[in-house]
Design a protein around this ligand. Structure first.
Ligand code: SF4
Length: 264
C-alpha cells in the first residue's frame, strides 16, 4: 500500500493493476506504461495476443538504472495483472485507513475473473478496521456480484462509479443497487460536461466527489462554471454531500466547504 495525496483516501492499494477501458484522460495507463516493465517478454506477448491477464504469486524483481534491485510495480505495464502477494497489505496495517482499492486499473472490468475480485474482498473482510473505496467504469459488475451474494456490506465498504458528464451512462447501471443498502458514490472526475439532474435525483448517491482533469493532454477539458454551479445547486436541493477536490477548487475558490470523506 502507498500513502496518497488523493483527498478522499489515506492509502492506495493495488492488488490488481491494469485496465482494458480506453479513457483518453487515463493517468494510470500513462504511469504504468512509463514506469512499467521487468516481466517476462514471453508472458507479456502471450497476454497481449490473447487479450489475457496475468497472475503473480511473487513480486517480479527488476534491476534499476542505479544497479539496485527492487520490486517492479507494473511488470506487465497496463495488462490486467493480479499481484496476489499484495493481498495481505491491509491486514499488516493496524491503524485504520481509508483505502482506495485499485487506483491503477479497474477491478470490476468484464475481463477480471470473479476469483480475483473475491480474493480482494476476502482480504478486505480480514481487516475490517479500514474503510474501502472501490471505483469502476463498469458498475454493472457490482450488480452481478451482488446477485451472487459476493458484494461485502457494511459501513466501511463504498462502491463508486465514474460519471464524467450526462453522456456517461454508468450511473444508470447503479440504479439496480439503489435500494440495496450499500454505500454508493459517484466520482465526477474529470468533470467533462454537465451532470444529469434526473440521475442525481433518482439515484441519490451517498456522496459525490468532483474534480477537474489534470495534466496537459491535448483536448483537456476544463469544467465550466455553469456545470459546477448547476451540480452544486442540485446537490443542495437533493441533500447529497459533495467533496470538491483541490484541483476544481483552484479554478473556483468560492466553492462551499467539502463534505467529510468516508472513514472520518
Ligand atoms: S477506467 Fe480508469 S484505469 Fe481504466 S482506462 Fe479509464 S481512467 Fe484508466
Amino acid at each position: 500500500m502507498n500513502s496518497t495525496k488523493i483527498e478522499w483516501a489515506d492509502m492506495t492499494w493495488n492488488p490488481v493493476t491494469g485496465c482494458r477501458h480506453a479513457c483518453e484522460y487515463c493517468y494510470a495507463r500513462r504511469i504504468a506504461e512509463r514506469f512499467g516493465g521487468g516481466g517476462t517478454e514471453l508472458l507479456l506477448e502471450a497476454a497481449r495476443l490473447a487479450e489475457g491477464s496475468i497472475e503473480l504469486e511473487e513480486p517480479v524483481m527488476r534491476t534499476q538504472k542505479s544497479g539496485k534491485t527492487a520490486k517492479a510495480s507494473f511488470p506487465y505495464g497496463f495488462i490486467p495483472t493480479f499481484h496476489r502477494y499484495r493481498l495481505d497489505e491491509p491486514l499488516k496495517m493496524n491503524k485504520p485507513q481509508t483505502i482506495f482499492v485499485v487506483s491503477m486499473g479497474d477491478l470490476f472490468g468484464d475481463w477480471v475473473p470473479t476469483s480475483w475480485i473475491k480474493a480482494v474482498f476476502d482480504a478486505c473482510l480480514a481487516a475490517p478496521w479500514h474503510t474501502y473505496m472501490f471505483l469502476t467504469k463498469n458498475p454493472q459488475r457490482y450488480v452481478i456480484l451482488d446477485k451472487m451474494a459476493l458484494l461485502p456490506r457494511g459501513d466501511n465498504f463504498w462502491y463508486g462509479t465514474t460519471v464524467t458528464s450526462a453522456d456517461d451512462n454508468t450511473d444508470l447501471d447503479m440504479m439496480d443497487l439503489q435500494d440495496s443498502g450499500l454505500h454508493i458514490f459517484w466520482s465526477v472526475e474529470p468533470m467533462m460536461g454537465p451532470i444529469s439532474e434526473v440521475s442525481l435525483w433518482v439515484q441519490h448517491p451517498d456522496l459525490i466527489i468532483v474534480g477537474a482533469e489534470t495534466g496537459n493532454r491535448k483536448g483537456k477539458v476544463t469544467p465550466e462554471r455553469k456545470w459546477v454551479d448547476e451540480l452544486q445547486l442540485n446537490c443542495v436541493s437533493f441533500r447529497i454531500p459533495v467533496l470538491w477536490k483541490d484541483n476544481i477548487r483552484k479554478l473556483y475558490p468560492d466553492l462551499p466547504a467539502s463534505a467529510p470523506r468516508p472513514g472520518r
